[in-house]
Design a protein around this ligand. Structure first.
Ligand code: AMP
Ligand code: GLY
Length: 412
């Protein structure tokens, strides 16, 4: 069958790569895709991810059996609804259900109502009240803008001055919605859960991302600077508790509230003294979590999607090897950065996934903040890490930086 992948990043690159290995799939299209996907997909950079009408027309004319949507924006803007209205199957939730990622407040209210463990919060809808609130709140406090922010709408303030600066940033005008959250202490992990209504099947392999820009979790939040899986020091009992206390109840809560979620629900959780608590939900695969998880996955993703649709048993199979991925980003990211730096030295055999490169006159140049994820596999995390950094060393470019400590939490 023919499959269409929506998106242009490293997550979509690995999705296309993984789907190309499925005996069920014989043609893969990507809209808009990126130049590095050419080995595994037919790319359509002339169609924008936001041009829903053109995407629907394309899918109809090309008899696409399944569309798999990578990024959050088309989900929250209702691309799924439009494709489904044209009788095209979509892996990725509709606009109503995607609010679980699109609105922090929506997610918080749902968790509160159904007693799903998460940080305590307060919604504040104007700057004046926010400034008053931070005079007497407990520190650190976490400020989250309502709405999509590519991992950059969260400010952790350790004191009043930082909170004040955060309020200035997150309320450009007097009115606006910001969620103020209790700061949770503990280790974070990401659990991808395949959800069809009340049928929720978590991956039995978790991943760990590295959200801060610099080593030792310093610097600003980013979309993710590297990931690895499995996470050997977070044991089965945590996975079971996350399934019992978070994955199953949230799937049921959505059904009870009249939402029909079909796709991957990303559970970002933190292990507190009281057990795992939700930091965020995403309505899609994590990036770069998808790159390491789908590299480690041995079973057929397309088959899993079909089984999910039928609410049939899903049996994930994983390589014995661990996988570590190190993100190389443009110097300056997540702030301002230059584009157009030449990058070479990588291959397109599954050792690297590309998020911010385009081809010009036969060379690849940088075109985005996060640029390329270098992967390594090995019989344990330490060996996978060595191999990942060997892959990093092969990349030649002036314009990139990366963290040197990806996966260290699993090694020390
Ligand atoms: P989010 O966009 O909600 O995932 O937040 C980005 C990052 O900020 C998370 O990955 C955490 O590292 C951090 N963070 C968010 N909320 C909290 C919280 N309540 N307590 C501690 N850290 C948090
Ligand atoms: N890596 C975090 C995210 O995809 O939101």
């Amino acid at each position: 069958m023919k499959v269409l992948v929506i998106g242009a990043g490293g997550r979509e690159h690995v999705l296309a790569h993984k789907l190309s290995q499925s005996p069920l799939v014989n043609e893969i299209h990507a809209i808009p895709g990126n130049d590095a996907m050419l080995d595994v997909a037919i790319i359509h950079t002339e169609i924008a991810e936001t041009d829903h009408e053109k995407i629907v027309t394309f899918a109809r004319q090309n008899e696409i059996a399944w569309t798999i949507i990578g990024p959050e924006q088309p989900l929250t803007e209702g691309l799924t609804d439009k494709l489904q209205a044209a009788d095209i199957k979509v892996f990725g939730p509709n606009q109503d259900a995607a609010q679980i990622e699109g609105s922090k407040l929506f997610a918080k209210q749902l968790m509160e109502k159904y007693k799903i463990p998460t940080a305590e919060y307060k919604e504040i809808t104007n700057k004046h009240n926010a400034l008053q609130y931070i005079e007497s709140c407990e520190y650190p406090v976490v400020l989250k803008k309502d709405g999509l922010a590519a991992g950059k709408g969260v400010i952790i303030a350790s004191n009043y001055e930082e909170a004040q600066a955060g309020v200035e940033t997150l309320y450009p005008e007097e009115e606006g919605v910001v969620v103020f959250e209790q700061y949770l202490e503990g280790e974070e992990f990401s659990l991808m859960t395949m959800v069809n209504g009340d049928y929720a099947v978590p991956f039995d392999c978790i991943a760990q991302d590295h959200k801060r820009a610099y080593d030792n979790d310093q610097g600003p939040n980013t979309g993710g600077m590297g990931a690895y899986c499995p996470v050997p020091h977070i044991d089965e009992s945590i996975l079971k508790r996350t399934n019992d206390d978070i994955a199953q109840p949230i799937a049921q809560a959505m059904v009870k509230e009249g939402y029909s979620f079909f796709g991957v629900l990303y559970i970002g959780a933190i292990i507190t003294a009281d057990g795992p608590k939700v930091i965020e939900f995403n309505a899609r695969f994590g990036d770069p979590e998808a790159q390491v998880l789908l590299t480690r996955m041995e079973s057929d993703l397309m088959q899993h999607i079909i089984d999910l649709e039928a609410k049939a048993p899903i049996n994930f199979e994983w390589k014995d090897n661990a996988v570590v991925g190190v993100m190389l980003a443009s110097k300056g990211y997540p702030g301002q950065y230059e584009k157009g730096h030449q990058v070479s030295g990588f291959n397109l055999n599954g050792d690297y996934f590309i998020s911010g490169l385009k081809k010009e006159n036969d060379v690849y140049i940088t075109s985005g903040g996060r640029v390329i994820l270098a992967l390594g596999e090995g019989e344990n995390i330490a060996k996978a890490k060595d191999n990942a950094y060997e892959a990093v060393d092969k990349i030649e470019s002036e314009g990139l930086f990366y963290r040197k400590d990806i996966s260290n939490k699993a090694i020390k």
